[in-house]
Design a protein around this ligand. Structure first.
Ligand SMILES: Cc1cc2nc3c(=O)[nH]c(=O)nc-3n(C[C@H](O)[C@H](O)[C@H](O)COP(=O)(O)OP(=O)(O)OC[C@H]3O[C@@H](n4cnc5c(N)ncnc54)[C@H](O)[C@@H]3O)c2cc1C
Length: 304
C-alpha cells in the first residue's frame, strides 16, 4: 500500500513528492501534463529558475525526484478517488488501474477560461498573459491592452499600470466596471474601450492590433486578460472537500482538507498569487503535514 497518492505533477505535487520521498514515504505521483501554464514559453520569478520553460522546470524536477526510489511517477489521468475506510483510499486511473493508499494529496491546479475573443488562444502565453508578476517585466513601458470580462478587471488594470502607463482597458461589451471605476482609471490616463472586439491581429503569437466591431483598431504589442478559474475536475467535490467562495479547496496550514486523509496544495486551493514558487512551497507544507500525521498515527494507535 502507498503512503500517499499525489494527483497532479505541477510544482506543488512535484515538491511534495520530493519531500515525501526524502522522508522515505512510498508515493505515486499521477500527472496528465495539462497544466494551464503549458502555453507559456518562459516562467519568471522563481529564484534560481527565472526564465525557465514549463517543460524544462518539470524535467529538472523529475530528475530531482528520481533520486528517491520510493517515489514513482505515473503519466496518467486519475478518474476517481474513493475513501474506503478511515485510513484507506483507492485511486483509479483512466486505464482502469486501482492503487490503494493511506493519504491522498490533490495538487491538480485549476482550469481557466479566457475571454471569448476570436483568435485569443493564438496570443495567450506569447504576448497576452494573465499575471503581471509573471510577465509584466517583459512587457514593461509598452502599449498594452487589458481584455477584462469579469469583476477583476479594475484591480488588474491598476496592477498593470505599475508596469506600463500606456494601457487600453477593453471590456468587450461587458459591464464590468463598477461605481466610479471608469473615472478612476481614466484619471490615470488609461483608455477604456467598451465596444465588442471583432478579432485580434498579429503574427507568430505577437499581438499587433485589437480590431473592434465598430471598425476601429488599436495598435497594441501585448497585454493581459482576466481569466475565470475553476476546479479542473470533480475529484475534490466527489471526496466531499469543502471549497471557498472562489472554488479553491479549503485547507489548513499543512494542507489538510475537511476530509480526514485528504490534503491539497498549490493553485487548487486558490490562495493566490499564482506563482510556481508559492505552489511548490504549499506542496512542501502539505507533504510535511502528511508525514507528521502518519508519524503521529503510528505513535498513538500503532495502526500502521
Ligand atoms: C500563461 C501562464 C503563465 C504563467 N507564468 C508564470 C510565471 O512566469 N511564473 C510563475 O511563478 N507562475 C506562472 N504561472 C502560474 C503557474 O503556472 C502556477 O501558479 C503553477 O503552475 C501552479 O502549480 P500547481 O502545481 O498548483 O498546478 P499546475 O502547475 O497547474 O499542475 C497541476 C497538474 O495536475 C495535473 N492534473 C489535474 N488533474 C489531474 C488528474 N485527474 N489526473 C492526473 N493529473 C491531473 C495537470 O495536468 C497538471 O499537470 C503562469 C500561469 C499561466 C496560465
Amino acid at each position: 500500500m502507498l503512503d500517499c497518492a499525489i494527483i497532479g505533477g505541477g510544482p506543488a505535487g512535484l515538491n511534495a513528492a520530493l519531500v515525501l520521498g526524502r522522508a522515505k514515504r512510498k508515493v505515486v505521483l499521477f500527472d496528465n501534463n495539462q497544466a494551464r501554464n503549458k502555453v507559456t514559453q518562459e516562467s519568471h520569478g522563481f529564484i534560481t529558475r527565472d526564465g525557465v520553460s514549463p517543460s524544462e522546470f518539470r524535467e529538472l524536477a523529475h530528475q530531482d525526484i528520481s533520486k528517491y526510489p520510493a517515489v514513482k511517477v505515473k503519466r496518467v489521468k486519475v478518474v476517481g478517488i474513493k475513501k474506503e475506510s478511515r485510513n484507506l483510499f483507492t485511486v483509479t486511473t483512466e486505464e482502469g488501474k486501482v492503487f490503494t493508499c493511506k493519504k491522498v494529496m490533490l495538487t491538480t491546479g485549476l482550469k481557466e477560461n479566457l475571454p471569448r475573443v476570436k483568435g485569443i488562444n493564438e496570443y495567450y502565453g506569447k504576448s497576452l498573459f494573465s499575471c503581471p508578476y509573471c510577465d509584466g517585466w517583459e512587457l514593461r513601458d509598452q502599449p498594452l491592452v487589458l481584455i477584462g470580462e469579469n469583476s477583476n478587471t479594475t484591480h488588474l488594470a491598476k496592477m498593470i499600470y505599475q508596469w506600463s502607463h500606456d494601457l487600453v482597458v477593453c471590456t468587450n461589451g461587458k459591464s464590468v466596471l463598477e461605481g466610479d471605476d471608469e473615472l478612476l482609471l481614466k484619471r490615470k490616463g488609461l483608455i477604456i474601450k467598451k465596444e465588442r472586439i471583432e478579432t485580434l491581429s498579429g503574427s507568430n503569437g505577437k499581438l499587433e492590433k485589437v480590431i473592434f466591431e465598430d471598425g476601429t483598431t488599436m495598435n497594441r504589442v501585448g497585454g493581459f486578460v482576466t481569466t475565470d478559474l475553476q476546479q479542473p475536475n470533480n475529484l475534490a467535490i466527489s471526496l466531499g472537500c469543502e471549497l471557498n467562495h472562489t472554488n479553491g479547496i479549503i485547507v489548513d496550514d499543512f494542507g489538510r482538507t475537511n476530509i480526514e486523509g485528504v490534503y491539497a496544495a498549490g493553485e487548487t486551493t486558490f490562495s493566490g498569487p499564482s506563482q510556481l514558487i508559492i505552489a511548490a512551497g504549499q506542496g512542501v507544507r502539505a507533504a510535511a503535514g502528511i508525514n507528521y500525521d502518519l508519524i503521529m498515527k503510528e505513535f498513538t494507535s500503532g495502526e500502521f
